[in-house]
Design a protein around this ligand. Structure first.
Ligand SMILES: [Fe+2]
Length: 235
């Protein structure tokens, strides 16, 4: 030991510090996780009464966090995925493991979902451009809402309901199972998501139990139409 300490004594202290900092898993330069949980853009109780604070806290802090953690672990296991963005991972979902597909989808879908909502009654109305497109492609705003609601009720088990657009601005409602989404190459009828609702039981069960229809109806009060309209104009 005395010989080792003696040998270290001959090494410049700055070099020792640098080696310690760069040692794998140590110090300020340790690799940061590829993906991180975004903060909720509002307090957990902001969406009450439509979505209660406990549901929001568990949904964001535990469920979404788990997708992020599991995605980081899955990506770390495959060097070919190093440096790919979340969108890159979705676009090659057909070649991905179940862990990457499910957790990349879970991370993207929840990030999109939080950003689509605001306090009850504060979401305004769709832009004129989006209203015209909704009427053109569904017959009326009410018929669009009926189609969206029906897709949410028809999704057996867990999944998502989407309003998507193609690059020409044509709108469509569809639904995906599990954590799949319209940006995945394996999802038929893909497109650019404008709005999504989470119809997993974890999104509503504490307050609504098995009454998914009541959750779907209350959820409309939270939609931030300025965000959705901006997505439409940016397609
Ligand atoms: Fe969820």
């Amino acid at each position: 030991m005395r010989r080792i300490l003696g040998a270290l004594g001959a090494v410049p202290p700055l070099l020792v510090l640098l080696v310690l900092l760069l040692w794998p898993g140590q110090g300020a330069w340790a690799a940061a996780p590829a993906f991180t949980l975004p903060a909720l853009p509002y307090p957990a109780n902001a969406l009450e009464p439509a979505i209660d604070a406990t549901t929001m806290t568990i949904h964001h802090d535990r469920h979404h966090q788990a997708y992020v953690d599991n995605l980081n672990a899955a990506v770390a296991r495959d060097p070919a995925l190093k440096g790919l963005s979340l969108e890159d991972l979705l676009a090659r979902a057909s070649k991905a493991t179940a862990a990457v597909r499910n957790n990349a989808g879970g991370h993207w879908n929840h990030s999109f979902f939080w950003a689509s909502l605001t306090r009850p009654g504060q979401g305004g109305e769709p832009s004129e451009e989006l209203q015209e497109a909704l009427v053109r492609d569904f017959g009326s705003i009410e018929q669009f809402r009926s189609a969206f609601r029906a897709a949410g009720l028809a999704r057996f088990g867990s999944g998502w309901v989407w309003l998507i657009t193609d690059s020409e601005g044509k709108l469509e409602v569809n639904s995906t199972p599990n954590q799949d989404n319209p940006l995945m190459d394996l999802v038929p009828g893909g497109g650019t998501p404008l709005l999504a609702n989470d119809v997993w039981e974890h999104a509503y069960y504490l307050k609504y139990q098995n009454r998914r229809a009541d959750y779907l109806d209350a959820w409309w009060s939270l939609v931030d139409w300025s965000v959705v309209s901006d997505r439409y104009s940016a397609r």
